[in-house]
Design a protein around this ligand. Structure first.
Ligand SMILES: NC(=O)c1ccc[n+]([C@@H]2O[C@H](COP(=O)([O-])OP(=O)(O)OC[C@H]3O[C@@H](n4cnc5c(N)ncnc54)[C@H](O)[C@@H]3O)[C@@H](O)[C@H]2O)c1
Ligand SMILES: [Zn+2]
Length: 356
């Protein structure tokens, strides 16, 4: 498969990941190589990865962090900075982040700040990290409950997407990442959306090419709008309500938390309904999109009381300006519309549509 060039880096696929990585190591000759993993990627991905890396005389040190979003914190960064220091990492050291979005976001931030910045390479191992976190150069950590509150934008030297790592990824995590692929279809490319919704199951051999296409779409959107002023906002489709639903389910002790993609799937159905009312999306499209999403994502019960709390949470959406909640909606598949303002009454209607 071809590689994809981002603003400052290149995304390599499958066996080419190791050719490019080994070339890089040979040419640059880092003083030391550090590999950051979490407890899962330590067991499932690291052995395979180390087998294919040719480091020659250069020492390779592995650093392990606990898995899970709750560890995407400054405390863990401190631990990693200290470990780098103890192992005498210097300005010429290389950090390789092997893991899901938590490891690649945190590791990218640690590398960007250690000694004012050392080189890093991301090897995403979850579907979400492959299709969503692998381009754009966003790194960072959470500050308590505030997601991605501290960080920098700084692309690594390269990204390596080896889809065979997905063999060990739990099914619910696969499904969660798939939501972002569906989103890429809805905001950018109707034929891509059609292909995704006609898949019989999420078989990795079928997904291979589609993962490539998804990264390509995200890259086109991001590179056309590096300062996040316009087009890039289309990536928020499904995320205005989706994020509020995700936070509500996370903070409410009576609810089982939803994975990011599970919440975004609900957000996309709700925002598709809003699109029919606000920007002329056809009824036909509404049905097709709803059915396409529900083929993979089961319905979640959201009571009237839940809905009120969720709407309340929209106030905290990072993308608001001057206290006004702005949605990305769809005029058609592949034709998003920015900055739509929607009444609460219509949002309640959207929840009724979702529940029917
Ligand atoms: N930088 C960006 O542009 C960007 C974009 C989207 C999301 N993100 C961030 O990514 C994070 C979510 O990413 P995620 O869903 O990958 O979460 P994650 O890193 O927590 O991974 C999900 C789970 O899967 C496990 N895992 C990962 N790869 C595995 C494999 N191959 N086999 C077995 N288990 C594996 C992890 O240990 C973890 O338990 C969030 O923090 C989000 O903010 C960043
Ligand atoms: Zn998302």
């Amino acid at each position: 498969m071809d590689s994809i060039s981002t603003k400052n880096a290149v995304v390599y696929f499958n066996s080419e990941v190791y050719t490019a990585l080994n070339d890089y190591i040979k040419t640059v000759q880092p003083s030391k190589i550090f590999v950051l993993v979490d407890s899962n990627t330590h067991d499932y991905c690291l052995p395979k990865f180390l087998q294919r890396v040719e480091s020659g005389e250069i020492a390779v040190e592995v650093m392990e962090m606990p898995n899970g979003e709750e560890h995407k914190s400054i405390d863990i960064c401190t631990g990693v900075w200290e470990a780098l220091s103890e192992y005498n990492a210097d300005r010429k050291s290389l950090l390789i982040n092997l893991g899901g979005g938590v490891v690649t976001d945190l590791g990218g931030f640690v590398a960007s700040t250690y000694m004012r910045g050392i080189s890093y390479i991301n090897i995403p191992t979850s579907l979400l990290a492959m299709v969503d976190a692998s381009v754009g150069g966003k790194t960072g950590v959470d500050l308590g409950t505030l997601k991605n509150q501290v960080g920098v934008i700084n692309e690594g030297e390269m990204v390596g997407v080896d889809t065979s790592f997905l063999d060990s990824l739990p099914q619910n995590e696969m499904v969660s990442g798939f939501a972002e692929m569906l989103k890429h279809g809805l905001i950018y490319d109707e034929s891509y959306w059609n292909t995704l919704t006609h898949l019989e199951n999420l078989d990795i051999s079928d997904l291979d090419r589609l993962i490539y296409d998804s990264i390509d779409i995200k890259n086109k959107v991001v590179t056309s709008d590096p300062t996040e002023k316009g087009l890039r906002k289309i990536l928020n489709f499904g995320h205005t309500l989706g994020h509020a639903i995700e936070s509500y389910f996370l903070e409410n002790a009576d609810k089982t938390p939803l994975l990011h993609g599970e919440a975004i799937a609900i957000g996309m159905i709700l925002e598709t309904y809003l699109s029919t009312k606000m920007c002329g999306l056809s009824q036909n499209h509404l049905e097709t999109i709803t059915n396409g999403i529900l083929k993979t994502f089961s319905k979640v019960t959201i009571t009237k009381a839940d809905q009120e709390h969720i709407i309340e949470l929209l106030k905290y959406d990072k993308k608001n300006s001057h206290g006004v909640v702005k949605f990305v909606l769809l005029e058609a598949i592949g034709k998003p519309k920015l900055d739509c303002v929607v009444s609460n009454a219509l949002i309640f209607e959207a929840f009724d549509y979702y529940a029917r």
